[in-house]
Design a protein. Structure first.
Length: 398
């Protein structure tokens, strides 16, 4: 995905600010230098582009041993300017191969990464990525820690947020009192243009690096837009090759083993939350930002039309609706049913209504297999109850 593609897709989705991703890769960083123009507030735009503001971001992988255990953790880094990124890349290039991948791999600890980034520029933000996925995350069942304190030790005071990931949402994270001081951010983790904006964060005021950083440091986000966590590909436990999907309780009853082949099950996010939680389901701390659970417009159109989301007809209808409605978030969140009724086909409009009201069913994802959302019928297999979304006022999204 090039910057020009990201720029256009963000406009269609309704995103005011988008992370560049991959600034550690020298080839891509050169593209950022050539194509982006600084606004003077820590954000960037493409001259004569679609108007999307970009924040410099990257994801880094650390694989390391500590106290006899191997950890694999992915971490997000936000930076305020190109000069800071150049210095980050210079320092990291001495520790590993930053040319090999957009998400470079290093053999030192996440605590050392946090210290290294902080010493280069304390304005940078270090955020554990998709914090609960079994593989490559700070709390992952297969290779993570039991607490942020265990992972970051004396650097913990400089960790202000975690990314909840597609397989968890704020409601699940509220069950851990240890996260009460941490901002929960939600990002789309996009690997293709269509996946951009699956999750987002809403804030108030004129976007700038300082405003975004302050909102994260001070826990002053307005709300987050959430993928249904059940739809994430590691929400429940299971063994994909045998077609076995279990709730945490079922996994415990089977002693963590697949009843078909006897191999260990892949432990999912819900199970891991249950292990670390010190509060019951449904607990909500005071003063936390709310969340809105959505189904992507492409999926709503596809189910209404009875075809796959990748069908050409779905793409055609999507483009027509975006042209008339302004953006995907305008259509899913902001426009009244009366306004939508002027240009949205009746069955698609009913799908939007059901998503807004939380009247859907979800088959949970497991062992790397995405879950399935059904709007007009029940999802096959074990079902997890969906949470209700609510409409919102006009807000900036990033």
């Amino acid at each position: 995905m090039t910057i020009s593609v990201l720029d256009q897709v963000a406009k269609e989705k309704g995103l005011a600010v988008l992370g560049t991703g991959d600034f550690t890769h020298p080839g891509y960083f050169k593209e950022l230098e050539e194509e982006l123009e600084p606004l003077g507030n820590g954000l960037f735009v493409r001259p004569e582009g679609a108007g999307t503001k970009f924040i410099l971001s990257a994801e880094i992988s650390n694989i390391f041993s500590q106290r006899g255990k191997t950890y694999r953790v992915h971490t997000l880094v936000l930076a305020p300017d190109l000069g800071t990124v150049r210095e980050i890349n210079r320092v990291l290039s001495r520790r590993g191969n930053i040319y090999a991948d957009g998400r470079p791999i290093f053999g030192f600890s996440v605590k050392e990464l946090a210290r290294l980034i902080r010493e280069i520029d304390s304005r940078c933000l270090v955020i554990p990525a998709h914090a609960w996925t079994p593989w490559f995350s700070i709390f992952g069942a297969a290779s993570g820690f039991d607490s942020l304190e265990e992972a970051f030790e004396e650097e913990l005071e400089f960790i202000y947020a975690i990314e909840t990931g597609l397989s968890s949402d704020p409601e699940m994270n509220w069950r851990l009192s240890a996260l009460d001081s941490i901002t929960l951010v939600s990002n789309s983790d996009a690997h293709s243009p269509a996946k951009i904006g699956r999750e987002a964060n809403a804030f108030e005021g004129e976007p700038s690096y300082e405003a975004i950083s302050r909102a994260i440091r001070e826990k002053s986000l307005l709300f987050t837009v959430e993928f249904y966590p059940e739809e994430g590909k590691y929400h429940y436990d299971g063994h994909r090759s045998c077609g076995v999907v279990f709730s945490p309780q079922e996994t415990k009853a089977h002693k963590g083993l697949c009843p078909v082949c006897g191999q260990p099950l892949t432990i999912g996010v819900m199970h891991r939350v249950e292990e670390l939680a010190d509060r019951p389901p449904g607990f909500r701390p005071e003063g936390v930002p709310g969340s809105i659970h959505l189904v992507p417009l492409l999926e709503i159109i596809a189910e209404a039309e009875g075809v796959r989301p990748t069908a050409a007809r779905v793409a055609k209808i999507y483009k027509q609706l975006i042209t008339l409605g302004g953006s995907e978030f305008d259509i899913l969140l902001r426009l009244s049913y009366q306004t939508l009724g002027e240009f949205v086909p009746e069955r698609i409009l009913e799908g939007i209504r059901r998503v807004r009201e939380g009247r859907i069913s979800v088959r949970p994802g497991y062992d790397g297999l995405y879950g399935e959302v059904r709007i007009f019928s029940e999802a096959p297999g074990p079902e997890s109850s969906a949470q209700s979304g609510t409409s919102s006022p006009q807000l900036s999204l990033f």
